[in-house]
Ligand binder design. Structure first.
Ligand code: SF4
Ligand code: SF4
Length: 291
């Protein structure tokens, strides 16, 4: 219960992060460096350098000394969300995070319990704060008034198999991103290979905990269309109830090389979806919008 998590954002009601209405906790920090990332300031943990503090027009940031060095405290009530702090940060970080212990999150979840079907932990990469997530889900499942809530993990799939073994008993399902089929393409987009993601998908299937696999379509960059036969063959071997969600690359929030890539239009997406359908993929979920 004494564990502390660094949280970038909490959305009390979401209908796109797992089944039903969900309380979603976005943890700060990621071990991928995806060129397509829509929230690149969630990638690094703040190192307390203090560069952003004086630039805040609302005096919403304060640098304080702690045992391990300096820490920036964000006053959410003063913040106007101008994002000046994000633009001056030399890392891919933000001072706009909050720290929670398990009990504080349990109380927050409890205050929304009548309006949600479950809890999703996301990021960043939520599994980087695995001991906290396990403690949180254990606490949810041990609370008589919360135990009916489903606990889902939204992940880039990089967690080790031993990590999955620890968390699988406490989750009802997982949503896993697969950003490209070939190693070289995946490494180009994310900075990491995709071996672990396939291992993750197999392990979750073996434990009947794979809720959704998410394929990112970046026309001319990702390779699900050019590798369509191999991709469809793989997807056809997943259990029939696993959702195959197609995500359309867009420029919103993206920085660097990704801005040079074409956005994915509805026409692009329907071409990929139809090619998958023609090869027997049924449980497809397409984007609701292309913005
Ligand atoms: S987003 Fe908030 S904390 Fe950041 S500079 Fe603007 S007012 Fe300050
Ligand atoms: S958010 Fe960035 S600029 Fe601000 S203290 Fe942290 S690392 Fe430094």
């Amino acid at each position: 219960m004494n564990k502390i998590a660094t949280v970038n954002q909490i959305i009390p009601f979401s209908c796109v992060d797992g089944p039903g209405s969900r309380f979603v906790i976005f943890f700060q920090g990621c071990n991928f460096n995806c060129k397509n990332c829509h929230n690149p300031h969630t990638i690094d943990l703040c190192d307390g350098c203090g560069d952003c503090v004086a630039t805040c027009p609302e005096s919403a940031l304060t640098l304080v000394s702690v045992n391990s060095g300096n820490r920036v405290i964000w006053n959410k009530a003063l913040c106007s969300q101008c994002d000046t702090c994000l633009s001056v940060c030399p890392k891919q970080s933000t001072p706009k995070t909050l720290r929670y212990n398990v009990q504080q999150l349990i109380e927050l979840i409890r205050s929304h319990v009548h309006f949600i079907n479950g809890i999703t932990v996301s990021g960043g990469e939520a599994s980087l704060q695995l001991p906290f997530i396990i403690s949180l889900f254990k606490a949810v499942q041990a609370s008589p008034d919360l135990a009916h809530l489903s606990c889902m993990l939204d992940s880039n799939g990089s967690l080790s198999l031993s990590g999955w073994q620890q968390v699988i008993p406490y989750i009802h399902g997982a949503m896993i991103d697969l950003k490209a089929w070939q190693q070289d393409t995946h490494r180009y987009i994310t900075g990491r290979e995709n071996h672990r993601i396939f291992n993750t998908l197999k392990m979750l299937v073996d434990h009947a905990k794979l809720y959704e696999v998410r394929l990112l379509h970046i026309p001319q960059v990702s390779d699900f269309d050019t590798e369509i036969d191999a991709v469809a063959h793989y997807l056809n071997q997943l259990p029939a109830d696993v959702r195959v969600k197609l995500n359309a690359f867009q420029h919103h929030g993206v920085t660097g090389d990704g801005l040079k890539w074409p956005a994915c239009t509805e026409v692009d997406m329907l071409q990929l979806a139809n090619a998958l359908k023609a090869r027997g993929i049924k449980n497809l979920v397409l984007p609701a919008a292309y913005i």
